[in-house]
Design a protein around this ligand. Structure first.
Ligand code: ADP
Length: 219
């Protein structure tokens, strides 16, 4: 596998955490910030750490930013700088741009000007934590769209000993079990005759409303 090269612009809590994770995973990452102290903090972590203002096209050009596989714009409060940086990256032909949005309006603008992915970490994490707290049986939750998710649900004794076929999950609920985690094993794409045991962790994909119906049955 060819190693991907990443660049992270903005080394606050979010950008910094992304940068650290890339480095921990052995990826090449260039860390960019206009604050020298922040850059110094990352000089031993990132492959390269550079002081620079990303709203200056000459700076990004001189760093050869268009050669990176993926650029992450993690500029926090300065929405104007985040938008301007994204426009420049787009104009320079960067293939994959992910930008952190501060609010819905910011997100809309970023998508309009061609950001490939917009992330909203505070909002998304808040939703995720709240959803995990609402239900006792839901362990984790990944939002795929406004209406669809992948959810980890603990199987109760109600369905202990039943096969997937027997529960008729796809027809009854319109959802799919994509994997089952059981003590030390994980069964990916389980067969219809797979028997579910109490405490199995079912990883299901589907519409939120359908998953909720299933969850009520499973609880
Ligand atoms: P977080 O909420 O993730 O902690 P912050 O607002 O603290 O975000 O961090 C954003 C980072 O982006 C700061 O380190 C700041 O110096 C950097 N930054 C802001 N504007 C620019 C810019 N024009 N060029 C480069 N870095 C910038």
């Amino acid at each position: 596998m060819v190693k991907k090269e990443f660049a992270v612009i903005g080394l606050g809590r979010f950008g910094g955490s992304i940068c650290r994770t890339f480095a921990e995973q052995g990826m090449e990452v260039m860390a960019i910030d206009n604050n020298e102290d922040r850059v110094n903090e990352y000089s031993a972590i990132a492959s390269h750490a550079v002081v620079g203002d990303s709203t200056d096209e000459k700076v990004l050009k001189s760093l050869g930013i268009r050669n990176f596989d993926h650029v992450i714009v993690a500029i926090g409060d300065n929405i104007q700088a985040s938008i301007l940086t994204t426009i420049i990256l787009k104009e320079l032909g960067v293939k994959n741009i992910t930008v952190k949005a501060q609010n819905d309006y910011h997100e809309k603008v970023l998508l309009k000007i061609g950001a490939d992915h917009v992330v909203h970490p505070e909002r998304d994490m808040g939703r995720r934590i709240a959803n995990n707290m609402i239900s006792n049986s839901v362990l984790d939750y990944l939002e795929l769209s406004d209406e669809h998710s992948i959810v980890e649900i603990v199987a109760s004794e109600k369905i202990d000993g039943h096969s997937i076929l027997n529960l008729d999950i796809r027809a009854q609920y319109g959802i799919n079990i994509v994997a089952i985690k059981r003590t030390n094993e994980i069964i990916v794409s389980p067969q219809a005759n797979e028997i579910i045991h109490e405490k199995d962790i079912l990883i299901v994909i589907g519409a939120d409303a359908d998953i909720n119906r299933f969850e009520k049955k499973v609880l």
